[in-house]
Structures are given as C-alpha cells and as structure tokens.
Design a protein. Sequence first.
Length: 196
Amino acid sequence: MPQDPPAYARIAQSLPPNLQALYVTSVAHRIAHGCGAYSFEDGPGLYALAARLQPRRVLELGTALGYTAGIFATAVPGCQVDTIEADALHVQLARAQLAALQLSRVHVHCGRFEAVLPTLEGGFDIAFFDGFAPSLAILERLQALLAVGGHLVCGNLGLVKPREAQPLRAWLENSAAWQACPALENGATVVARKRV
Ligand SMILES: C[S@@+](CC[C@H](N)C(=O)[O-])C[C@H]1O[C@@H](n2cnc3c(N)ncnc32)[C@H](O)[C@@H]1O
C-alpha cells in the first residue's frame, strides 16, 4: 500500500523529482552524519527566485550535498554555479550527487569560505549565503563579488549571536547600498539587490 512521504520530503515536493530526491538524501545524510548540514527549507522559493532572475553566475556558500547548488543549476539552464564547502566528506558527496544529475556547470570548491572567496573573480549575479551563521565580514566580501544589480540571498540570520544581529540587520537594510526584495522562508532569508 502506498505510504505518505515523510514530512521533510513534502517540503521539496514541487521541485523536479531529482532535486526532491537530493533533498531527501541530504536530510538522511545529516541525520546519519550528525552534522549541521541542514537543507534549505524553501527550495521551491529559491528555485522560483532563480528562474525569475536568470543569473549567469551564482556563488553559493555552504554546499552540503549540493541540493541548493542543484536548484540554481536546474532552474537556470546554462548558469555557472561556484559553491564552497569545507567538509571534505560533503565535498565528495556533493560532487558525486551533482555528477549523477549531469550538472557539470556546478564547481564545488573545497575549503573554508574565507580562503576560497579571494580566489574568485567578481561579477556574480546571485550570492547565496547558506553556511552556518553569516558574519558581516563574509557578507561584505559577497557584496564586493556581486555585480551591480546582483542579488544577495542571506539565510540563517536566526543563528547570528544577539550582539552581532543588530549591526548585521542594519547593514542589510542600508537602502543606499541595497534594494530590499521579498524574503524567503517567511523572512528568515533576506533577499537584497545591490544598488552600487
Ligand atoms: C546549512 S548547510 C548547507 C545546506 C545546503 N545549502 C543545502 O540546502 O543542502 C551549511 C554547510 O556549510 C558548511 N560550512 C559552514 N561554515 C563553513 C565555512 N566557514 N567554510 C566552508 N564551509 C562551511 C558546512 O560544512 C555545511 O555543509
């Protein structure tokens, strides 16, 4: 008799089946590995945003098993995705998952964000932060790597330490630098367009 999918599988239900499967694999990995690689909880929203913006180049911080990198690459045929991950097991698994999806347009960089970002050429159309807690120093680097008119998508704001949260929010809400856009994950992920 067919059974209902588990609740976490339903979150990704409107995505193409291969991305739904990668979501389920990612959640199973996190539970088995006991790591902090929580999968992005609004994959359909991220897919719709990418499909609307049609980026040529996407930069992602926090690959885990490649679920959200796969979302960008699938939503926008032809776009190049650079994604950064420090955990060597995640890098190995992500490369295997993305190869199975035939998404060779995704380049998985192995290393810490701080070490890899200076090696990348700027001009990204989307910069997506989905590492653990975002820091102002990392977000400033992403701002510099974005093209004018590019979009910063910053998740995990709820993980920022209370004393750092206020300056970080103020920086994101500086309307001289950023044009606010509709958020994802009920406001937990901020989206902002770089003005200058
Ligand atoms: C929340 S998970 C990413 C989830 C992924 N985007 C998805 O939706 O499946 C965060 C990932 O960022 C990696 N990470 C955290 N801090 C990092 C750092 N400073 N440099 C590189 N990778 C980091 C972790 O190892 C983890 O795999």
